[in-house]
Design a protein around this ligand. Structure first.
Ligand code: FEO
Length: 359
């Protein structure tokens, strides 16, 4: 069977894999995903990123629709998490001696995941370039976006940014581009991805966006390592990342909770009733469902059980670190909440909603 690649620009091809069946990853429920790898062909050919172990045949099949894998002169590893590096051992086995370009942290990380003996790893830093002959790759370290090893690669001639996980979305689709999937769906998937992976790192996103802005480089296309490629709406996703990182969102309460026996569900529903009584938009998330958090103010800090209280405290810590305001409910109940406790929960919902409306 012939696998197909997709052309982004002359000499630039998507050669990734589609994982139709992945339902749980990065802490939330997803409709599959893609592991995007790219070929950039000048006089020399570079492969950017890879896929999970098990997708070697699919990626190699798509590469073969463009060129013989033996023609690959170098591999760029923007990020070593296994969903992108899992195919690397097989690629190195098939293309021994092919230089691998990555950050120093990525080199150290690769050695902890794989036996890298004999791998030709070349460490790059921000501003380093790789001349492919007619195509030039420039590297930009992006630590903690979202791992210490992460980096972006920029293809100057075609103004394409390969930022790995940043600007990605977990979605499996026959669409490769934003204008094929539709901007609304693409943004919804990107927002969910941002909220689950990137939101605790928002200050670093702003710093990196500022850094990229100062480089005054043209970015016509953003080709992340998951989901669709931003071909027609690169400006919108850049702006959305800026807004989301600043915490710009509509006033909304998100109630995050977990429950052992349904008692906390009763509290959460009582709080929700209080919020709705004040006419403020609302989302209720059972923690284990891993839904995303995009509200800028969160009311939580309640629990019906010692263990759940601990979980809520950890959620609060994470939210505070992410710069999301936590309005603490601050009460604890044991076993089934009684009428008084449900009334307190309802009043908490009203108070949170009123505070949000007042600002
Ligand atoms: Fe898509 Fe951080 O892995």
């Amino acid at each position: 069977m012939e696998m197909k690649s997709v052309e982004l620009a002359p000499g630039v091809h998507w050669v990734g894999a589609i994982d139709w069946n992945l339902r749980e990853y990065h802490g939330y429920t997803l409709p599959g995903t893609t592991y995007n790898a790219y070929l950039v062909r000048g006089e020399k050919t570079a492969l950017i990123d890879g896929a999970y172990h098990g997708f070697e045949k699919e990626v190699l099949g798509r590469i073969r629709s463009v060129c013989d894998p033996a023609e690959i002169d170098c591999i760029v590893v923007n990020h070593i998490e296994m969903d992108h590096s899992g195919t690397l051992p097989e690629f190195v086995r098939r293309m021994p001696g092919t230089p691998i370009y990555c950050t120093a942290r990525a080199k150290a990380g690769l050695a902890r995941h794989y036996d890298t003996t004999g791998w030709e790893i070349r460490v790059v830093r921000s501003g380093d370039t790789l001349d492919l002959g007619g195509k030039t790759l420039t590297f930009l370290e992006a630590p903690m976006l979202h791992w210490p090893d992460s980096m972006f690669t920029y293809l100057g001639e075609d103004a394409i940014l390969f930022p790995n996980d940043a600007f990605g979305q977990h979605v499996a689709s026959s669409a490769r581009f934003d204008d094929e999937l539709g901007i609304d769906a693409a943004m919804a998937h990107a927002k969910k991805f941002f909220a689950n992976l990137i939101i605790p790192l928002a200050p670093k996103v702003l710093k990196k966006l500022d850094e990229v802005g100062k480089l005054a480089i043209d970015i016509r296309m953003i080709a992340p390592s998951h989901g669709i490629i931003w071909r027609s709406h690169a400006g919108e996703i850049l702006k959305a990342y800026t807004d989301w990182s600043h915490g710009v969102s509509k006033d909304k309460v998100t109630i995050v909770y977990d429950t052992m026996h349904g008692s906390t569900t009763m509290l959460a529903k009582a709080i929700a009733e209080g919020v709705m009584a004040e006419g403020v938009d609302l989302r209720v998330c059972l923690l284990r469902d891993g839904r995303y958090l995009t509200a800028k103010k969160i009311g939580c800090g309640f629990g019906s059980h010692g263990g759940m209280g601990g979980a809520v405290a950890r959620i609060e810590e994470a939210l505070k670190e992410a710069g999301i305001e936590v309005i603490d409910g601050g009460f604890h109940v044991n076993y089934r909440p009684d009428e008084d406790e449900l009334t307190r929960a309802y009043e908490l919902g009203r108070r949170v909603a009123q505070e949000i409306r007042a600002r």
